[in-house]
Design a protein around this ligand. Structure first.
Ligand code: ADP
Ligand code: MG
Length: 455
């Protein structure tokens, strides 16, 4: 049986190559996979107007992509959320035999470049926060296997890791077409290995090994997915050794440093630190604005300074999210023929959209996520109790609000039961310091942020 989430995510990846970013973001990203019914994939969208547009403009391309990934899926049906239950009841269990399932990512990579044209070094904006990582990636692209091996890049979500991998891939494919570059997300690696193990076939097993061992450059994106996947760690360990010993370049990305991948096997973690480890920090205002201007120019949109500042100030540090806001501005400008060029217009356009979607994070989301993470009640969080199990989540909630929302300190004090602003500053600064020295706190903050961003 096909995992519909994974299948749709592969399909989206393909669709993102052929649909312009703005339209992709607005129409395709908003589609949610529901189920398979006979040979049809059922997707749901938010509103009848969206369904009309998708049916009219995007159905053919979606059909084409899904059936190219799996020939037994020949149709696409877009429904509204109210119809979901009806279709889930009708869904077909064993849709496709595994043999007819094509694996889109790794398998097709040798024949055509898997790297997105839009992710190059030219479109990557340099700032203080990423300069070191960028320089390392350029060196590796120029001299694969010679200098920094492995190259380990880590950062929070949406800060450019995948973009840099594609940039390296694009450059190597262009300048050294004799080299074979393999890009694979750790998640795909896990799925692939599981299916190889299931077949119990030596031939499949050899094919798998051969594919990974014969490449000149291997990129594994989001290695943290290997946590808890022992069989894949084992397989990857051997691939790593073979490639390393023959001076083949290995590039790894992760949402945390090798040191912080605490539950990954030690022997892998040690190997990750043999080469160079670089991190990407959240971009400062200047870099955020420069990125927005560059993305706008790519979409041939005249972005005013005011609107660029507004987006850069109001988005979280996740650049993907910031881009999402820009795309909405571009899209609304094109819909109404009334270019959004002032702060007020931007605020209006974005708040409308954010209300419909569940994009914007507010203080109650942060508080909810912290309480969920620590398994405590909001009453306890706001209370004056000073027990250790409450002080830490309270400070983290305050820190996250100051970090993610443009909210005055006094107002935060009010939310937290009338505490004054010096208490808020103390909590904020304390966690800021702890993040630098205390790995557990750093990971906790990152995990809660991830919970918020992936709601
Ligand atoms: P990650 O893999 O770290 O989660 P991505 O590489 O997917 O992040 O980046 C998210 C989005 O932000 C992409 O559209 C990427 O092009 C953009 N982006 C991130 N950093 C930069 C940068 N320095 N310059 C231009 N675009 C960037
Ligand atoms: Mg990524």
């Amino acid at each position: 049986m096909i995992n519909i989430e994974k299948f749709w995510s592969d399909a989206k990846y393909e669709l993102s190559k052929s649909i312009q970013a703005i339209y992709y973001e607005v129409w395709i990203e908003a589609l949610e996979p529901v189920c398979f019914v006979d040979n049809t994939i059922v997707l749901s969208t938010v509103a009848a107007s969206a369904k009309r547009t998708i049916d009219h403009k995007y159905l053919e391309i979606i059909k084409e992509v899904v059936s190219s990934l799996n020939s037994s899926i020949t149709d696409v049906l877009v429904i509204l959320p109210s119809q979901k239950e009806e279709y889930i009841n009708k869904q077909t269990d064993s849709l496709v035999s595994p043999q007819s399932e094509k694996r889109p990512m790794a398998d097709t990579q040798k024949t055509k470049s898997p790297f997105l044209d839009k992710y190059t070094f030219d479109t990557f904006i340099e700032g203080k926060s990423n300069a070191y990582a960028l320089a390392a990636c350029k060196t590796v692209a120029d001299t694969p296997g010679q200098k920094y091996n492995p190259l380990f890049i880590y950062s929070g979500v949406g800060l450019g890791k995948t973009h840099l991998l594609h940039a390296i891939g694009n450059l190597i494919c262009k300048d050294r077409s004799n080299l074979s570059v393999l890009y694979v997300s750790a998640e795909t690696l896990v799925t692939e290995l599981i299916s190889v193990i299931r077949t119990k076939s030596n031939e499949e097993n050899n094919k798998f090994r051969e594919k990974y061992r014969s490449c000149d450059v291997l990129m594994i994106d989001d290695i943290q997915f290997l946590i808890g996947k022992d069989a894949t760690q084992e397989a990857f360990f051997h691939i790593f050794n073979d490639l390393y010993q023959t001076n083949k370049q290995i590039i790894i990305t992760s949402d945390r440093s090798p040191k912080e991948l605490t539950t990954l096997e030690d022997r892998l973690r040690t190997r990750f630190s043999w080469g160079l480890t670089v991190d990407i920090q959240p971009p400062d205002m200047e870099t955020r604005v420069a990125i927005l201007k560059n993305k706008a120019a790519q979409a041939k949109f005249q972005l005013s300074d005011e609107v660029a500042d507004y987006i850069a100030e109001n988005a979280t540090s996740n650049i993907r999210e910031m881009e999402g806001l820009l795309n909405k501005i571009v899209f609304f400008s094109s819909l109404t023929n009334n270019v959004i060029n002032t702060r007020e217009l931007a605020a209006e356009a974005l708040s409308d959209f954010i209300e419909d979607k569940d994009g914007a994070i507010d203080a109650s989301d942060i508080i909810g996520a912290v309480c969920k993470f620590y398994k405590i009640s909001t009453d306890d969080l706001f209370s004056k109790k000073k027990t250790k199990n409450l002080v830490e989540p309270r400070m983290i909630a305050i820190y996250l609000i100051t970090d993610l929302l443009p909210m005055p300190l006094a107002q935060i004090g009010e939310i937290f039961g009338g505490r004054d602003h010096t208490t808020i500053i103390h909590a904020r600064d304390k966690i800021t310091d702890e993040i630098k020295t205390n790995t557990r706190i750093k990971i906790t903050v990152a995990d809660i942020k991830n919970m918020l961003l992936n709601r």
